[in-house]
Design a protein around this ligand. Structure first.
Ligand code: KG4
Ligand code: ZN
Length: 337
């Protein structure tokens, strides 16, 4: 079964062709990150406009690279959310129009669930498993009974982990997206020079909170009571140390919660998805501390991409063989299902 996947929930315009949920025939991603950098984050209106410009060429390239014609596609899938409404609508409507014109089945896919599937894609699938989603918009732990059946265990009560990376990067005057920048300078720093403690969420040991750490970082970098626009009062060396301390604090917190979840629940493996799973230091920490098999997405699948959308769509369609209505809506927020 050959699936065309489309992804436009945030600032990547992406299309991919995947056979039987695993074999990636093409995976085309146009990242708008450079276009948004001067705004210090994603500028929604600009994102929508760039999706409109890029979606057709990106889709055409995905078909060409895969050596597949539109007639050979068995299913068309697009991310239906969560994300920026104006952006989602472009990919979703494009998929619906193609499905209608070519009389193909169509599925709307949850982008966050697809991030989790990215960790399973082309990897051994062992269930029940612990799922860890760490992206720019979401942070959660859940039990994966099988693909499509999940039981939430915990989530963030404020910022998402990637969002915390981006905000701390902005405090340290690093460009957007901040995660890779923090990872880079943290390598030059000593994580023990600043003491930052992870926040505990009262009576909810598997929940996360990052906003307190972010404020602590702000005051350390710019002075007590400072705001985001205040000038920095630290040296470059201290900046590296702060980045290292921040990264270590939140990754130690994450691994402690993963270990707690594995201890409490029956888990055959851990699957870690979402943009922060791109971080090499985090993988090394899992290598050191995780006692059971764990899987991260392949490099090309960790950030926003359409191969994870097409891959997950295959499993969803295989289960019921029912096409979604072309009337389904784009959703800025979706509960996990
Ligand atoms: O999953 P994703 O591409 O988009 C969402 O669905 O949100 O995640 C993007 C997030 C950004 O916040 C970015 O800073 C973070 O993932 N990220 C990283 C790294 N690469 C991307 N965070 C930490 N370390 C990285 N190497
Ligand atoms: Zn994403």
């Amino acid at each position: 079964m050959i699936v065309l996947g489309i992804e436009t929930t945030c600032d990547e315009t992406a299309a991919a062709i995947v056979r039987n949920g695993e074999e990636i025939l093409s995976n085309i991603i146009f990242s708008q990150a450079a276009n948004h950098r001067e705004f210090g984050g994603v500028f929604p209106e600009l994102a929508s406009r760039l999706h409109i410009e890029k979606i057709i060429p990106v889709m055409e390239t995905s078909l060409k690279d895969a050596h597949v014609s539109l007639d050979e596609i068995d299913l068309i899938a697009a991310a239906k959310g969560p994300g920026l409404l104006g952006s989602i609508l472009i990919g979703l409507n494009c998929a619906k129009a193609l499905a209608l014109a070519k009389d193909k089945p169509f599925l709307g896919i949850n982008h966050v669930e697809a991030h989790l599937y990215a960790a399973m894609m082309q990897n051994e699938k062992k269930f029940p498993a612990l799922g860890v989603v760490i992206s720019g918009g979401h942070t959660m732990l859940l039990i994966i009974e099988t693909i499509g059946i999940y039981k939430p265990l915990g989530s963030t009560i404020d910022d998402a982990m990637g969002e915390a990376f981006d905000k701390v990067a902005s405090i340290l005057d690093l460009p957007y997206p901040g995660g890779p920048e923090i990872e880079k300078i943290a390598k030059m720093g000593d994580p023990e020079k600043f003491k930052i403690r992870p926040a505990k969420v009262k009576e909810r040991p598997l929940d996360f909170s990052f906003s307190g750490i972010k404020t602590k970082l702000l005051y350390l970098a710019k002075g007590q009571g400072a705001n985001r626009l205040s000038p920095s009062i630290i040296s470059n060396e201290e900046k590296y140390n702060l980045a290292a301390a921040f990264q270590k604090t939140i990754f130690d917190d994450l691994i402690d919660k993963v270990l707690l979840a594995i201890e409490k629940f029956d888990c055959q493996a851990v699957y870690v998805g979402g943009g922060v799973s791109n971080n090499q230091t985090l993988k090394e920490l899992f290598n050191k501390k995780c006692p059971i098999s764990f899987f991260f997405p392949k490099k090309t699948l960790s950030l926003d991409n359409a191969a994870m959308i097409a891959g997950l769509a295959y499993w969803k369609y295989k289960e019921k063989e029912i096409s979604d209505s072309l009337g389904i809506a784009a959703e800025a927020r979706i509960s996990f299902s």
